[in-house]
Design a protein around this ligand. Structure first.
Ligand SMILES: C[S@@+](CC[C@H](N)C(=O)[O-])C[C@H]1O[C@@H](n2cnc3c(N)ncnc32)[C@H](O)[C@@H]1O
Length: 281
């Protein structure tokens, strides 16, 4: 269980100035995944979402399973050993550095999240890990991420890097802005680098589910998703060539076996994913 500061009545992982009474997407996602860095208000909101979309928890697990498979593919088949994970979230289980450093302990992992709670917990977890670090950063300002001293210190942009943007670009509502962000990273990395995207989609969601989710989203600013169709997602990979099997429902991206496809209809995950490689100029 999380350590509590009983005198103050707050868990000691909660940074000063952060209210435990306002729902927060990083803590909600932590609850989806069975983590314990969340509060009643986060759990209440997730439970309301689950009433409308009962697949929400398996969908979060399917997303994490995709990230795990993508890391193995990138390391074992593409010799990638540097990761820039943007919108990395609160560490629960199966974090990028755990998966990657189990394959190769020399792998470097830079976590970036806008949420101070996610960053504080990540930094605490990583304090003894010299090859993984976490900073606070906003995907809307990729130039600030790339030029951050910790990023410059940890990652070598003259060698291939995998930029992971999993379940984060749907918090960027404007299509052109989202494309500008991935285009920036395309310019920042060298050929042979990869872009990994997982993104909420409404393509196969029943309309009544969408309507209810929109009503719920209106009640919590932090959950204001912009689901995108396949056609709106493909431009995010401009300059990157999608590896097989392309942009697909999360459970269908190179599943290790039937255990990875635990939906009878994989599209129920409402999550399109893809991995693209930067081609030589
Ligand atoms: C649903 S979680 C995804 C966590 C992890 N990437 C995964 O897929 O398992 C989304 C994370 O994106 C972060 N986030 C939202 N908007 C962001 C932004 N503009 N810049 C960086 N992080 C952001 C949230 O704080 C949250 O931790």
């Amino acid at each position: 269980m999380a350590e509590m500061n009983h005198l103050a009545g707050r868990p000691d992982w909660l940074p000063e100035g952060i209210s435990p009474d306002i729902p927060n997407i990083a803590r909600m996602y932590d609850y989806y995944l069975g983590g314990f860095h969340n509060f009643p208000v986060d759990r209440m909101f997730v439970d309301r979402v689950a009433q409308v979309y009962p697949d929400v928890r398996p969908a979060a697990v399917a997303n994490r399973n995709f990230i795990r498979r993508a890391i193995h593919f990138l390391m074992e088949q593409q010799q990638i050993n540097q990761f820039l994970d943007i919108g990395s979230g609160i560490p629960t289980v199966g974090n990028v550095h755990e998966i990657a450093q189990a394959v190769d302990p020399d792998t470097r992992v830079m976590y970036v999240d806008i949420d101070p709670v996610a960053v504080a917990i990540s930094q605490r977890l990583l304090q003894d890990n010299t090859l993984a670090a976490a900073i606070q950063g906003d995907a809307n300002f990729p130039e600030q991420i790339i030029s951050h001293p910790e990023v410059i210190k940890l990652l070598d942009f003259s060698r291939p890097i995998a930029v992971i943007m999993a379940a984060v670009l749907h918090f960027i509502p404007d299509d052109e802005k989202a494309c500008a962000i991935t285009r920036y990273f395309h310019h920042a990395v060298c050929p042979g680098s990869f872009l990994v995207i997982a993104h909420g989609t409404y393509e196969n969601a029943p309309q009544e589910v969408l309507d209810q989710l929109h009503i719920l989203s209106a009640g919590a600013k932090t959950t204001n998703y912009t689901h995108r169709t396949r056609a709106r997602l493909l431009p995010l990979f401009e300059g990157f060539e999608l590896v097989e099997p392309g942009l697909v429902d999360a459970p269908l991206w190179r599943p290790d076996g039937p255990d990875d496809i635990f939906f009878d209809q994989p599209s129920r995950a409402l999550n399109l994913v893809g991995v693209g490689m930067k081609q030589p100029a």
